[in-house]
Ligand binder design. Sequence first.
Ligand code: C2O
Ligand code: CU
Length: 523
Amino acid sequence: MNIVTMTRVLTLAGLVGASSLSGCSDATELREGRESPAARTKMNFDPKIVPNAPKRTSYDPNRVFTNPLRIPDEAIPEKTAPAQAPGTMGLATPATTATSSPPTSYRLSIHAMNVQMLPGPPTPMVGFAGRFPGPTLKAERGIPTVVTQANDWTENVTIHNHGHKVSAESDGHPVDYILPGKYKDYYYPNDQRAGTFWYHDHTMDLTGAHVYAGLAGFYIIHDKAEDVLNLPSGSYDVPLLLQDRTFAENNELYYFGNPHGWGGPTPVINGTVNPVLNVAARKYRLRLLNGANARTLNLHFSIQGKPVPFQLISSDGGLLEAPVLMKAITIHPGERYDVVMDFKNFPVNTVMDLLNDDDPGIEPLLPALMQFKVTHTEVDGATVPPRLSIIDRLQEKDAKAFGTVELGLSNDGETWTLNGTTYDPARIDIRSKRDTVTIWTLKNATEFTHPFHKHLVQFTILDINGQAPPPELAGWKDTVGVPGNGSMRIIFKNERFSGTYVLHCHRLEHEDHRMMIQESVEP
Ligand code: C2O
Ligand code: CU
């Protein structure tokens, strides 16, 4: 079966290929994928995310959300050597590029670990510093960060800080491997707006498997412009890593890297299965990150079936110009949206659901992600001001360079493509000039939405199918769903760094089947 046929089947039969809703399995579909060499190589790593127990838990409509939501630990900086007083003898302080502040340093060890996810045996995973999600790295704009990633695992890895403007050496290029037993220092300038970012594995052909295994964490940048707004902060600022998983009966993760995407019927939010977050009757900032491998989330909040509106304040690259009152939000894999939910009008004991309406044809469904329970009242000192930020947009009239990226499918229907080709790390596909205002047209020649992600920049969207973008897509973005058979124009400037960067589909199994090309940014 080629990809077109399989895709058609999947549109009807599901995200994971086989229906596990009723416990009946579509053996043909599974066998098809198992015979694919690409899928075979993906299985072959430790710990066992292998189909050795392919009985899967199915969605339980009476699911109870009782596990307290895990809040990822904050990474603790390493003690750095005291700054040298001028004139003293000693080692030179390493140069820190444009910013003068010395960097904050972290060291994370990547290794296999067991995580208690479900009752019974723990789930073998791979994590940063033994955590899932990885520890949250917090940065202040203008103060650089150095993260030493030590590969104490058995497989090659490479770590990308998604949405960060960073040198090519520190970008986590797909073949810039950290070999087992080695480490690499990633240098992050934090020279960009406050926002919600995330770091995750980016290993060629294996990103889906590695992220599924646990290699993902938050990277949050703060700045003064945001701090003065008095948005909900501290314990009222909650990052939510939204993922779905399939567990085998022995509680191991079941992963099957077919070319379409992988997911599961079980919501795993911040590493917590079926979670609940106890909240006070006040405002919360919720940083929604779609960290699922392949599932697009169409989210809304609901109390006893009635939708509850929320304020959208931020997209991938930071704050919007003004908050937008919304009833629902679509988040593609890789995208982030920060929202403010105000629980103040809800009496103690109110339960609010975070619900998902899957795109047609996706199975198994993931109709609910988590719950919030109002447990007490509290004075709320936070505000959401009517103006959040100024977006310094690049102007179409200033554009000096133009390009097209076509999202497609090969003629034989076997392979997802970008500009008619698939990823080859030895080939440059696009050459662009640094510090030049550039417009790219993203053309989707397939019938499916693909989440397009470009490294190095935040861009803004000029238009989608000829129309101005809706408010949620009007701010800074690094990942965007390009609608099936549609097109959009994005405007950006590759600044400060030159070198080789990738652009790709962020449906990780598409990326792993090489729906990715390379851009050389030249000075
Ligand atoms: Cu979040 Cu190139 O990836
Ligand atoms: Cu895709």
